[in-house]
Design a protein around this ligand. Structure first.
Ligand code: NCD
Length: 324
């Protein structure tokens, strides 16, 4: 068997499991396409019939609000049929294997599987087994990867900062357990950001071999100094042993992004967070809601990015099938 590739024989994106291996041009192409789907607040959202006749199934085996709703809205706004499978309520709990679930849905003409799973490797495993015309998109894989989040974060930075090369970006908090941070690292490396900092207590730092090129800080004050972009992360309690979970008050005291700490960043710095926000733990409520926060814009951008990814994999499929 050939090694797994997200790309089809023509080198076009078929699956999106990771941002690793995407070129800067491919990333910029997706972000640019996403911008076409953005509308001013109060204006009706962008719609098209690009995905008419296509069926998208959301298979989420971990909680999700933003990612799942935005994949669903993205697919619907492009005219697709959408199925939401609650894994907890599906036959998986009766012992059906992942692949049997996939084959069952494939028999109902599902074209795109959107998969979130706490276990590493599920997305790729499914992608290796589906029919040639079917695509698999990751909506979050364990602590490893969250590619559409990486793209929406890059789009958000582009909107507010106009580029990447001159920026200092500080990713703060539980980097060790964060798929958001890993996809951010991949996207920011491909886009050649000026300086990428990972800022975390020692216990929440990734392994030394991970994220080469990023500058590590184990003090929030030092790591945030003169940053243009401050990205905060939720403490991933679900990926930690009970004993390792930090006390929320202690964590906020040492690692919470407060107004006073934000003053150390550049005056026009933006504050990002993938959500869900744990108010007054990793970020003070008044910072999350404050003038530097672009958290709600990240959510808006999530729909646009997922529309761009869905449209791209289906356009590539039609090209493979000679339909375009
Ligand atoms: C994140 C996730 O689930 O990876 N949320 C998201 O998708 N926007 C981050 C988190 O859960 O902390």
């Amino acid at each position: 068997m050939l090694p797994f590739s997200q790309f089809d024989p023509a080198g076009q994106l078929r699956h999106l499991i990771t941002l690793d291996g995407l070129t800067s041009d491919q990333i910029r192409g997706l972000i640019e396409r996403a911008q076409h789907f953005l509308r001013a607040p109060g204006v009706e959202p962008a719609r098209s019939h690009e995905l008419a006749g296509i069926t998208v199934a959301n298979l989420f085996n971990e909680p999700s609000t933003r990612t799942r709703s935005s994949f669903e809205l993205a697919a619907r706004r492009l005219g697709a049929d959408v199925l939401n499978i609650e894994i907890q309520l599906s036959s998986r709990v009766k012992g059906e294997t992942v692949l049997d679930t996939i084959y069952t849905l494939q028999s109902m003409a599902v074209d795109v599987f959107v998969i979130r799973d706490a276990e590493p490797g599920v997305g790729q495993f499914v992608a290796e087994h589906v029919q040639d015309h079917v695509s698999v998109l990751s909506a979050g894989e364990a602590h490893l990867s969250h590619p559409t989040q990486g793209l929406l974060d890059a789009l958000t930075i582009l909107q507010y900062k106009g580029g990447f090369r001159d920026l200092v970006i500080a990713v703060i908090g539980d980097v060790r357990h964060s798929r958001v941070a890993r996809s951010a690292y991949q996207v920011f490396s491909a886009l050649e950001v000026g300086e990428l900092r990972i800022v975390a207590p020692d216990a929440l730092m990734p392994e030394p071999s991970e994220m080469p090129g990023a500058v590590r800080f184990n003090s929030l004050e030092a790591g945030i100094a003169h940053a243009d972009v401050v990205m905060t992360l939720r403490v991933q309690k679900e990926r930690m042993a009970e004993a390792a979970i930090p006390d929320p008050h202690d964590y906020h005291a040492a690692w919470g992004l407060t107004r006073a700490r934000l003053k150390l960043a550049r005056p026009e710095a933006i504050v990002m967070h993938p959500g869900p926000v744990n108010r007054d733990i990793e970020i003070a409520s008044d910072v999350a809601d404050g003038p530097h926060s672009v958290i709600r814009q990240q959510v808006t951008n999530g729909v646009a990015v997922r529309m761009a990814v869905l449209e791209t994999v289906i356009a590539n499929r039609r090209q493979r099938q000679g339909l375009r």
